[in-house]
Design a protein around this ligand. Structure first.
Ligand SMILES: N[C@@H](CCC(=O)N[C@@H](CS)C(=O)NCC(=O)O)C(=O)O
Length: 206
């Protein structure tokens, strides 16, 4: 299978880390989606990444849907979100807040990236930043409860909540340095540093 998109995208990166954690081999195409739209369009009409191309040519889009398909392929012993029940709902919610935090960080960054300086609407940037900070605060609480060597949902192994939470933090630190997220969220910063030191993360840095 081939994963399209740069690791600078938090959605691509959470997919790559998940593939690594599950031990699924893949090829990486670090296509820059804004500069190479024609490369992505045949596989994804939205021209977005991640796009995952399976060996038979079928393409999968949207990171949550890609991750769901990968969980099914990996099977019960390796899946990162349980298949059903209360534990699934719990981890889905945590991962959804992490991916929503990515959304809000991206939206705040896009406002400055794609508008001429005089057309950047500061209140909209600040609105999105405030929502991203809300998500990071929630994740910081999960990291605090997990302690120095635990996981967001409890249990003895990493779930999608941990992967997406750590990636959301690293992306916010990189994309919005003015928010000083490491100072504001020390528990999440420490949790993210612990994850980033693992091969599954350090082999797919932005
Ligand atoms: N909800 C989507 C978000 C994907 C997304 O926004 N990807 C960005 C890169 S970070 C992208 O492809 N942007 C190109 C565009 O929107 O034009 C997912 O989870 O996969």
């Amino acid at each position: 299978m081939k994963l399209m998109g740069s690791y600078r995208s938090p959605y691509v990166r959470r997919t790559a880390v998940s593939l690594n954690v599950m031990g699924i081999a893949y090829e990486h195409d670090p296509v820059a989606v804004f500069d190479n739209q024609d490369d992505v369009r045949p596989h994804n009409p939205l021209i977005r990444v991640p796009t995952l191309i399976l060996d038979d040519g079928e393409s999968l889009v949207e990171s949550y849907a890609i991750l769901d398909a990968l969980d099914e392929m990996a099977g019960d012993a390796k899946r990162l979100i349980p298949a059903s029940g209360a534990e699934r709902r719990k981890i889905m919610k945590m991962a959804a807040i992490a991916s929503g935090t990515m959304d809000k960080t991206v939206w705040a960054a896009y406002e400055g990236r794609f508008h001429p300086k005089e057309k950047v609407h500061r209140p909209w940037v600040e609105h999105n930043e405030e929502q991203a900070l809300g998500g990071l605060g929630y994740l910081d609480g999960l990291a605090k409860a997990a302690g120095g060597d635990g996981w967001f949902a409890g249990g003895d192994r990493m779930s999608q909540a941990d992967i997406s939470g750590a990636v959301a933090f690293s992306f916010a630190a990189l994309a919005r340095p003015r928010l000083e997220v490491a100072d504001k969220f020390p528990n999440l910063a420490a949790f993210s540093a612990r994850c980033e030191a693992m091969e599954a993360f350090s082999s797919v840095t932005p």
